[in-house]
Design a protein around this ligand. Structure first.
Ligand code: SF4
Length: 752
């Protein structure tokens, strides 16, 4: 192979197009990593509509992890205290099918669970949830997207009638005001931010950037207005802004009258949020609050962006709906440069939503609870009526509780690492330890979750299997297989399909290729908001990425506008009456507010280079050098009170656990709040697990846990200091951060 293979970056939901070349090209030296191993070369794909040739450090270095610590063969053991032994696929399948059948007969299908991932390609996701929901008769299929963006899903559904972000990335370059709340876009979705940053720089006078975040992040540094609110006061702020907009008459009465319901109740709620009170609760000045409302109110086109800072909350759905309220009252939705735009965390979290990859949904944005939706899917799957259960299955955290209570007899985890990413990690680990039978399917070994498995299945990953992924702006990209899978690794969907056939569902899993899986799924989207019935592997390979909606029979208009499509441009929403719904909600605040014993709020998040639990990035030298160790950001006044300084060690304790961290004293964090990165599980650092501290209190609607905030105390460690990697000083960190802007690489750059 000498031509570049086109694919998609497998990290975040921005979904940047990549071109990948083999290590050895005719007439050129072999591309090698620092240890001399040949590595594939990745560069941005200029033809990709979403990223236009740009990639960040993660996309540029992703190929370095492809051959490191791969799980190559199926392994088994009878109990967790035994070592794994290599087995054949035949033996692994036999064991899995035998346990599945036993559990189904003795405990019932509801004792079977699968926990999947936004790292799946859509074909993997679709086959997995079909196996559980259609064939095994349980809706207990959930994914790590539950921890990431299920509040956005619920918010869109309740306010607009359907899931589906209505905006596209072109809106970043068309807006008058970008309102970023609960998102460190510059570091977590760098290419999205870079598109906006260039436009903002060119139009400084006209275009405003408001950033709402308790930290002065890289994103906040570019803001015209940074509101460093107290954690958990988002709804107060948003209702307060609505109060001012209403007072000033900066609303769109015609849009409200003709396109929405529930405004009177909403107006009543926001009347209780006068500026002085709101500013006090949020910990910001009245002037800044009024400026935020002014920027929004005076802008014809307003685009809001958010991610985990909003979604990971015990009132996550209400927060999302409160953001959407502001768009509805100002009519800033359904037109260029405007709208509520949730950024998805994982590369195919959007695809997961489309295929039914959560325990309450079915393919094509259908709902488990809806009898007609169940019937449509049962018919498509050629299953008897009633095969799909009418109740939503267990969500991610409920699966852990199910293990704890002894109600789960079979757990299948694939392409995710819950032994690091779940809240209250010691409780999670204890629950996983109690699992009678756990299958763990992943590309890498070791990972933290492998320690809790009875069977390990080697998965082919991105680059080794063809498939599709959908990014945050609804663009579907074909990901080519350009290298063989190591050892006996198989595509996730092939493993699920084989188990399905062995359970007697030959007809339902008679797929000969990933393209056939995709075709079946795409048919199920026909006539739905997320209509992708006009998309196929063949078309994607020939034409490149396609944005949905893309019906099988495209109208002249949709065919002409291949990208930059928006939803609800006719201002008819997906609700039964076509009207969007205002949510009249009061702020609840944090599920675990600070107290006398635990006086600080711990918040957490990603660093620019690392990805989630480091299964890939922990194996990439450049990224490990960039972010060698976890740390705790502390405000100088808090540090003074605690008598600590940068470089000192502290123990951070919550009601559930503790972590030992080096301190970074910085003005970037507000008083009373501390920050630590979320990437370090027990494989990568001792006693530094972020989720040792977090709690599982969840939004009652989206069931997304409040991973973003918990109450902690900080105890300086004055005696013997733990050994750990050197941590960088703030000056050193800033030196590294400076190239952040320049480390957005253009398509011409090949990273070595
Ligand atoms: S922003 Fe970076 S991590 Fe995200 S898709 Fe693009 S290259 Fe990958």
């Amino acid at each position: 192979m000498t031509e570049a293979a086109k694919t998609l970056c497998p990290y975040c939901g921005v979904g940047c197009g990549l071109e990948v070349l083999p290590p050895a090209l005719p007439g050129k030296a072999v591309n090698r990593d620092s240890q001399g191993h040949p590595v594939w070369q990745a560069r941005g794909d200029r033809a990709h509509p979403s990223s236009q040739g740009m990639v960040c450090v993660k996309g540029a270095t992703v190929t370095e992890s492809l051959d490191k610590d791969r799980l190559k063969y199926p392994m088994m053991r009878d109990s967790l205290d035994q070592p794994f032994r290599q087995v054949t696929w035949e033996a692994a399948y036999d064991r899995i099918v035998q346990v599945l059948q036993t559990v189904r007969q003795t405990q019932g299908p509801e004792a079977i669970c699968m926990y999947g991932s936004g790292q799946f390609q859509s074909e993997d996701y679709y086959t997995a949830q079909k196996l559980l929901k259609g064939c095994l008769g349980t809706n207990n299929f959930d994914a790590n997207s539950r921890l990431c963006m299920s509040s956005a899903v619920a918010g869109y559904m309740h306010s607009l009638g359907s899931d589906g972000p209505p905006c596209c990335y072109a809106d970043l370059e068309l807006t008058d005001c970008a309102f970023l709340i609960g998102t460190n876009t510059a570091e977590c979705h760098p290419i999205v931010f870079n598109r906006f940053r260039k436009y903002h720089k060119k139009n400084k006078r006209k275009v405003k950037l408001i950033v709402v975040d308790p930290r002065r992040t890289e994103t906040a540094k570019d803001a015209d207005l940074h509101l460093a609110i107290r954690p958990g006061t988002d709804i107060t702020l948003l209702n307060g802004m609505a109060h001012i907009l209403l007072d000033r008459g900066q609303i769109e009465p015609l849009f409200i009258d003709e396109c929405t319901t529930g405004f009177a109740d909403y107006a009543e709620v926001v009347s209780h949020y006068p500026p002085e009170q709101v500013a006090k609760v949020c910990g910001i000045s009245v002037k800044d609050l009024k400026t935020a409302a002014q920027y929004w109110g005076e802008s014809e086109r307003v685009l809001s962006l958010w991610s985990m800072g909003i979604n990971q909350s015990a009132e996550g759905t209400a927060k999302v709906r409160t953001i959407i309220n502001l768009h509805l009252m100002t009519g800033t939705i359904g037109r260029p440069g405007s709208g509520p735009f949730s950024l998805t965390g994982q590369p195919n979290a959007m695809g997961g939503r489309e295929v039914g990859g959560l325990s309450h949904i079915l393919p094509g944005y259908r709902l488990v609870k809806n009898p007609q939706h169940r019937q449509e899917v049962e018919q498509a799957w050629q299953l008897p009526s009633g095969s799909i259960k009418p109740e939503p299955g267990l969500a991610a955290w409920d699966m852990m509780l199910g293990l704890e209570y002894g109600q789960v007899g079979f757990l299948w985890v694939a392409a995710t690492n819950p032994a690091v990413s779940m809240p209250d990690i010691e409780r999670t680990k204890a629950a996983l330890r109690q699992s009678p039978f756990t299958v763990y399917q992943d590309a890498y070994f070791p990972t933290e979750t492998a320690e809790f498995a009875h069977v390990l299945l080697p998965a082919a990953q991105w680059s080794e299997k063809p498939g599709t992924m959908t990014n945050s702006e609804r663009v579907v990209t074909y990901c080519a297989a350009f290298r063989p899978a190591p050892g006996e690794a198989k595509a996730d969907w092939e493993i699920f399909a084989e188990v399905g056939r062995r359970l007697g569902f030959e007809q339902q899993f008679a797929f000969g290729s990933a393209a056939e899986v995709y075709d079946e799924f795409a048919q199920l989207t026909q006539g739905r908001v997320c209509d992708m019935s006009g998309i196929s592997h063949q078309r994607l390979r020939l034409e490149g990425p396609i944005q949905w909606p893309c019906p099988a029979i495209e109208t002249a208009a949709t065919a002409a506008d291949k990208y930059d499509k928006r939803l609800y441009t006719d201002l008819i929403f997906a609700t039964p009456d076509g009207r969007a719904r205002f949510a009249a909600v009061h702020a609840q605040g944090l599920a675990e507010p600070p107290s006398a014993d635990y006086p600080f709020v711990l918040t957490n998040g990603r660093l620019y280079g690392h990805w989630h639990t480091q299964s890939r990035t922990g194996r990439i030298e450049k990224i490990v050098k960039m972010h060698p160790a976890p740390f705790l950001e502390v405000n100088p006044r808090d540090a003074q009170k605690l008598e600590i300084q940068s470089g000192d060690w502290v123990e951070v304790r919550s009601q559930r656990g503790q972590a030992k961290l080096k301190v970074l004293v910085t003005q970037s964090i507000r008083r009373g709040t501390v920050f630590m990165p979320m990437h370090w599980g027990f494989l990568w650092a001792e006693d530094a697990e972020c989720n040792a501290l977090t709690h599982p209190e969840s939004c009652p609607i989206s069931l997304q846990p409040e991973l973003k905030a918990c109450a902690v105390q900080i105890l300086p460690l004055r005696g013997e200091q733990p050994e750990a990697n050197e941590i960088l000083s703030e000056t050193e960190l800033n030196t590294l951060r400076k190239p952040l802007k320049s480390s957005i690489l253009s398509g011409a750059t090949t990273v070595r």
